[in-house]
Design a protein around this ligand. Structure first.
Ligand SMILES: Nc1ncnc2c1ncn2[C@@H]1O[C@H](COP(=O)(O)OP(=O)(O)O)[C@@H](O)[C@H]1O
Ligand SMILES: [Mg+2]
Length: 253
């Protein structure tokens, strides 16, 4: 579904991503791990269109997407979750979802002016979809709560819920488990798995929590110093000497 081919991304003298190639299979929940500074977040940003690669290519469903804008990539149903920023904290959970769909009818003045009835009914449709999504991630009870007052884990669920409004085919998650308590972590894992099983959504996720990665992801891709070091099922990665070395090296360097 996603193919990264020999991608390089430099920042001044730092080569954050170096000759990196990897594939993500449709319908997989693929984990991306590696020591701090390995280039994981930079690679996400290249895939999602925030950065253009200096060289190399990115394909999504066999179509080149490197060089496209984040919005164009979003329209191809490849979606990257974003942290709930201050602006969104001041909106309710439901409002956070209602503003999500790109290019909804109500956004263009022409439609509002020409077809007010159509806009109203689409707003209603969006609300129904938002409520269904909130039901799915079990946040319906909190629909009128300000996003800013959610717990860390609930915010992560809301981030995922927002991505669902866009009906993605693939979702990139950067550290979904960060700051999430064990109860919500279980919910998060269940939700991601259900979305894959029931909606066929493909996931690529960066995570530091090894329990979460080992339980949820297959395969796991390991990045080190900007490139792919290893790939395999959890058991193989756990016992991989090169992987262990990369982590220890990163820690003591
Ligand atoms: N915007 C940036 N400007 C300069 N250097 C950056 C920038 N983003 C990342 N880097 C550098 O690129 C390397 C990889 O960073 P990053 O992709 O955040 O790694 P990871 O997410 O694996 O921890 C690091 O050395 C980091 O300091
Ligand atoms: Mg990172």
């Amino acid at each position: 579904m996603l193919r990264v081919e020999r991608v390089y991304k430099r920042f001044g003298g730092v080569t954050a991503v170096r000759n990196c190639s990897l594939d993500v299979e449709a319908g997989s929940i693929t984990g991306l791990i590696g020591p701090n500074g390995a280039g994981k977040t930079t690679l996400f940003n290249v895939i999602a269109g925030r950065y253009k690669p200096d060289s190399g290519r990115v394909f999504f469903k066999d179509e080149a997407i490197d060089g496209l804008s984040p919005h164009q990539i979003f329209q191809r149903r490849l979606y990257r979750t974003f942290q709930i920023t201050r602006e969104f904290s001041q909106m309710t959970v439901l409002e956070n979802l209602m503003i999500m769909p790109a290019g909804q009818l109500g956004e263009t003045i022409w439609n509002t002016w020409l077809r007010p009835g159509a806009v109203r009914s689409q707003e209603n449709e969006i609300k129904q979809r938002a409520l269904a999504v909130l039901d799915f991630v079990e946040l319906a009870d909190l629909q009128d709560t300000y996003a800013g007052s959610l717990s860390g884990g609930q915010k992560k669920l809301l981030e995922i819920a927002r991505s669902l409004m866009a009906e993605p085919e693939m979702v990139l998650l950067d550290e979904p488990g960060a700051g999430v308590n064990p109860t919500l972590m279980k919910k998060l894992v269940d939700n991601i798995r259900r979305l894959r099983d029931e909606r066929g959504i493909t996931f690529l996720l960066i995570e530091h929590n090894m329990d979460l990665i080992m339980e949820l992801c297959n395969p796991i891709i390991v990045m080190s110093e900007g490139t792919k070091l290893a790939q395999g099922p959890p058991e193989a990665i756990r016992g991989n000497e090169k992987v262990l070395e990369a982590y220890l090296g990163g820690q003591y360097r």
